[in-house]
Design a protein around this ligand. Sequence first.
Ligand code: CTP
Length: 480
Amino acid sequence: MNISREEIVAHIDTPLLRLISHTADEMQLECYLIGGYVRDFFLYRPSKDIDVVAIGKGTDLAEAVTRKLGKHTHLTLFKNFGTAQIKHKEYEIEFVGARKESYRSDSRKPIVEDGTLEDDQRRRDFTINAMAFCLNGDRFGELLDPFNGMQDLEELIIRTPLDPDITFSDDPLRMMRAVRFAAQLGFDIYPETFDAITRNRDRITIVSMERVSDELNKIILSPKPSIGFILLEKTGLLEILFPELTALKGAETKEGVGHKDNFYHTLSVLDNIARETDDLWLRWAALLHDIAKPVTKRWDPRLGWTFHNHNFIGEKMIPRIFRRMKLPQNEKMKYVQKLVSLHMRPMQLVEDEVTDSAVRRLLFDAGDDIDDLMTLCEADITSKNPVKVRRFITNFKIVRRKLREIEEKDRVRNFQPPVDGNEIMQVFGIPEGREIGILKAAIKEAILDGVIPNEHAAAYAFMLEKAGEMNLNPVDKPGQ
Ligand code: CTP
């Protein structure tokens, strides 16, 4: 890469970095920009996270810089770790002192702050993350790259500066980070580094699940997530972290009838959806849409391979997976469950006749998530048969048009029945109970089936008629 010192200087010549530079000069402290900020400069990825390493006490530098920055600056000192963080406007700046020991921010080992820059670079995760720009005086903008990070950046390679067994034992999360950077940046993992991940994979279990899921989410959010999942699978990390996914692997054949490999199918669906949305949870829904296929798989002599109810069983498997992965147990999870449970419905519509009532029911069940559901369903078409694909796409257009028409006409997307339980109780003077439930359900069904329009008067009349059949009579209110 032909990037000159002048270009580097031009990039880092900002008031903030100049202020850090002057402060360090005044304190006679060597200091460098390092890590993601330097890497991302060469990759033309703008970054607001800045890592600064000082040869000496990083926290002292952070305190002095905070005083100079004045207002709108927030300093947090992590005394035990010898690190500090400054939040200033949109920037987050981490300060550390150069160490001989491993970099790890959450290491239980004592902090040894007596390293040289090169000691510090050596203990970082990857060569592309170990490059540094000097911030001092006339060395401002000088690149220090003793482990050839620049060459690896050009050759798109993830490689550890040290023997990978040491780098990964310093912090096993780095095995996930290697995969994540490969997926995010479209890089390859260097063979020796890759072999070390495979060798050390069991050590991932000592890392907290929160940190692991953080990396997993970044893999899911990368432009082509399958790159990450294939690497996780090949290194054996996936089997440890997510056995439900590896169970999707393989395609069995019986009496000449096969089924698709659901692992690779799932990854194509995930890649398809990644082209349509940056939404993490919609991507999670794609990853999990067929998660119950292995446990529901049966061989039926008449039908061949079946996966009955895999959508509903999948929906039920999700809370356990989310709990284990320390993912949120809130409406995000419910959203993923809902999409997994409904993921076959639009396709069934496409395959059967697209009746108004079926469309109305789908709108009612999906509510505001109908568009996401349609996106997921389209992403689920991974057939290699162009005729089939064309037919699906055409029919999908019809379903989408119908969805629009019915929604405009009947507004069932978020519909609350126009006559509710309270009104029914009042009209008939009866308490909550079985009858109320029956009447409510009958009204809902009649609207969804198109027997009556989604309006109060029609629903009221229908309720009276239905109640008559149940020998329920309205109470006469005084004055009526
Ligand atoms: N680092 C490390 N080992 C880790 C985590 C981080 O060596 N387990 C070092 C790397 O030099 C990394 C720097 O600390 O570049 C900053 O870490 P972090 O902010 O987590 O990652 P970035 O590389 O900045 O990338 P991103 O912002 O995409 O996470």
